[in-house]
Write a protein that binds this ligand. Structure first.
Ligand SMILES: [Zn+2]
Length: 301
């Protein structure tokens, strides 16, 4: 079954909902980065959330990035970037660490991410200064942290669910699902109370998907009685937008001395993209040409 992302309205259009099923996308991230089970669950959750945020971007050049940086975990920085068509890429500072399950028998995502730290959201329109929002991590389980981000940085109360089910025998991704539920301004209190009561049902999404239910059917069941209607459909995928030009500018940004060093010591450079592991090779001549081009640009002002 292909991955899917839905935008919906329900409760007389007083509530907007985003829902995603992303087994293939999360499996692809696991394959690219050789992620441990707990890293698969953690990065998978963040990828789904960022994809949902990406699907709400308006213009083709818009990007949204999310950065999770825990103080006391293993992951270091986890970075995801999404595009307006809901495609997304991501990487983590530690793909290998495996942790024992929590007392409830779940993958210890908070232990991996860290219980304290920062969540940063960067919205970039491709020109001018990006909009940056930051909040403190409140759990490290990621869904609650994003709910906190929406409440604190965007004054938007939100119910966020993100779940990745991993087969503990084989490490394969069994299902991955997420939901973002947000009341519009003026939403009646009884609707908000109803949504809060449904949070238990919402958290069954990844189990329903694991049992073979389609995203449409699972979401209809979770939102039953609220007359949900789909307003948009996307096909989220894992996609990297790296290119030789981007890698060249990244190389230049590390500085002239570093590049000279690469020429002296290694006679060239091999640079891998953090998001897709594609390797770009630069010969000594290519590095020298890069330095010259940068110098020319520099002297032109
Ligand atoms: Zn790449």
């Amino acid at each position: 079954m292909k991955d899917k992302l839905l935008h919906l309205l329900c409760a007389d259009d007083m509530v907007q909902v985003c829902a995603i099923s992303a087994k293939e996308l999360v499996s692809e991230a696991k394959r690219i980065h050789s992620l441990s089970m707990v890293a698969t669950a953690a990065l998978g959750r963040q990828l789904m959330m960022t994809s949902m945020m990406g699907s709400r971007l308006k213009n083709e050049s818009d990007r949204v990035s999310t950065i999770l940086k825990g103080n006391d975990g293993y992951a270091g920085s986890m970075v995801c970037t999404a595009f307006p068509d809901a495609a997304v890429k991501g990487c983590t500072g530690d793909a290998e660490t495996e942790l024992p399950p929590t007392p409830e028998g779940k993958l210890d995502v908070a232990g991996y991410v860290g219980h304290t730290g920062k969540l940063t959201v960067v919205r970039d329109a491709g020109h001018g200064d990006p909009y940056v929002g930051v909040c403190n991590l409140i759990s490290g389980e990621i869904a609650l942290d994003f709910a906190e981000y929406y409440a604190a940085s965007e004054q938007q109360p939100s119910l966020v669910y993100l779940g990745v089910r991993v087969d503990v025998e084989t490490g394969t991704v069994r299902s991955a699902g997420g939901m973002l539920i947000q009341p519009m301004p003026g939403c009646p209190d009884e609707v908000i109370a109803d949504l809060t009561e449904r949070s238990g049902r919402v958290s069954e999404l990844s189990r329903k998907l694991d049992e073979g239910m389609t995203l449409d059917d699972a979401v209809s069941e979770i939102l039953s009685g609220l007359s949900p209607r789909v307003t948009d459909t996307y096909e989220p995928v894992y996609r990297c937008d790296c290119s030789r030009e981007r890698i060249e500018s990244a190389l230049l940004s590390v500085g002239r001395d570093e590049i000279e060093d690469m020429i002296q010591k290694d006679g060239g450079a091999e640079v891998s993209c953090h998001f897709c592991n594609k390797t770009y090779r630069f010969s000594e001549a290519e590095l020298r040409a890069l330095l010259r081009a940068a110098e020319d640009r520099g002297s032109d002002g």
